[in-house]
Write a protein that binds this ligand. Structure first.
Ligand code: AMP
Ligand code: GLY
Length: 425
């Protein structure tokens, strides 16, 4: 098979790395990819939003399957673009329809879906400019802290958690006045849930699903979860507080009702569902749905997968997921993300990176890197994700931090406390 993976981050490198090992793969392309994906396939310089250029490439190169990494092309309807084009309709796409992608593209759509299908989540109401005063009054009926979410995609920045009522009311007004552009023309205000977060993932055909390993990520830039949010500074799988009992609750109260809901609503959905959950006193609640894999969660989930990923994608496309399983190795996987100095604020790019090809015990996934001639240089905020498998968290961490010692570029920063909070479980 010829496969095109869309995207350029650590997630796409991890997917490409695994697909390149499949017994079904002939040619693997990544658009646009990064310096790491160039080692496992062929990079193609096409923007993830340029559907016409993707079409031309797919037809010229006899691509049989397109795997969509990030949310933006999904929310923009890339799956429908393929399904509705006579020349592309037979090509398999891993990624939901535009309607399905609304589970991530609109917080209000996701909330209504959860309400309709009795899936546990925080109580909420949504407001627009016309109803701003009602929104302020609604805030006054809630207890602090206040959770305000831009309805649309805001590159992970659209959620504000505020302790002071007046500040929350002012923020509501700012959001509705365009703080996050069109994404915050509508704002969802919801009840604050207190607990520890964990993410679950499935691959589904909209009817059946396979459960993938769960993961916990580390969103803040600073150690002990301090400072601003990032795309993710590290991840761990499995997550020790996910006991079999908790997992069973997640499956019966959240995953199964979600897949049944997708089916009952007639939503076309072949792809991943990422369940961002919070464990409130032993009970799981949905914080958010994403319609793709997480990054850097993929960099720990995929290395634990003891299955042919491309075979799973084929089964999903053919509606045959009930016939396959996704086994996971028992080892612990951790990933530590190395970022550019200054990230998540302003940072410089173009610094030479050395040590990414060392023969160690880790897998060096590339995120914001590119090739400059034969040199690997920094090209984004999150630069590399260093993944290791080990017997327990500390053993895996030791391997990743040893690998990091050998990687150099100007301004490199990473957290040294990934996974430490999980050792008590
Ligand atoms: P989201 O983009 O919806 O995942 O929200 C970003 C982050 O905000 C989440 O990972 C949580 O840490 C936090 N968050 C979102 N909603 C809530 C909530 N209802 N209660 C507590 N924390 C929340
Ligand atoms: N690491 C969080 C995400 O991919 O959304």
């Amino acid at each position: 098979m010829n496969v095109l993976i869309i995207g350029s981050g650590g997630r796409e490198h991890a997917i490409a790395w695994k697909v390149s090992q499949s017994k079904l793969i002939d040619n693997l392309f990544i658009a646009p990819g990064n310096a790491g994906t160039a080692n496992v396939g062929t990079n193609v310089a096409i923007d993830v939003k340029d559907f016409e250029a993707i079409k031309t490439f797919v037809l010229q190169n006899n691509v049989n399957m397109v795997v969509v990494g990030p949310e933006e092309p999904l929310v923009r309807g890339i799956s429908d673009f393929f399904a509705n084009d006579a020349q592309l309709a037979d090509i398999k796409v891993i990624g939901p329809s535009g309607e399905g992608a609304q589970l991530e593209g609109s917080k209000e759509y996701a909330k209504q879906f959860m309400q309709r299908h009795n899936i546990p989540t925080a109580a909420y109401q949504s407001f627009t400019k016309e109803t701003v005063e009602a929104g302020k009054q609604f805030l006054a009926t809630l207890k602090a802290p206040y959770v305000l979410k831009a309805d649309g995609l805001a590159a992970g920045k659209g959620v504000l958690i505020i302790n002071d009522l007046k500040e929350a009311q002012d923020s509501l007004e700012e959001m509705l006045n365009g703080q996050f552009g069109a994404a915050s023309a509508k704002v969802v205000i919801e009840e604050f849930l207190s607990g520890i977060e964990v993410s679950f993932f499935v691959l589904t055909d909209g009817k059946d699903y396979v459960l993938l390993p769960e993961a916990k990520d580390y969103k803040r830039i600073g150690e002990q979860d301090s400072g601003p949010n990032t795309g993710g500074m590290g991840a761990v799988s499995p997550v020790p507080f996910c006991t079999p009992e908790f997992k069973q609750k997640v499956i019966s109260r959240i995953i199964e009702p979600t897949i049944k809901g997708i089916n009952a609503d007639g939503i076309k959905y072949t792809g991943f569902v990422f369940f961002g959950l919070i464990n409130c006193g032993g009970d799981p609640y949905v914080i958010e749905y994403n319609v793709r894999m997480g990054d850097p969660e993929t960099e720990v989930v995929i290395p634990r997968l003891d299955a042919d990923l491309l075979e799973l994608f084929v089964a999903a496309s053919n509606g045959e997921l009930s016939k396959v399983t996704a086994k996971a190795v028992n080892q612990t996987a951790i990933t530590v993300v190395m970022v550019s100095g200054g990230y998540p604020g302003d940072y410089q790019k173009g610094f030479a990176i050395t040590g990414t090809d060392q023969k160690g015990e880790s897998i060096v996934f590339h995120a914001g890197t590119k090739l400059n001639g034969s040199d690997v240089v920094t090209a984004g905020g999150r630069v590399l994700a260093i993944t290791s498998l080990g017997n327990g968290i500390q053993n895996a961490l030791d391997k990743s931090y040893a690998t990091i010692e050998g990687i150099k570029y100007e301004g490199a920063y990473f957290r040294r406390d990934i996974g430490q909070d999980l050792k008590k479980y």
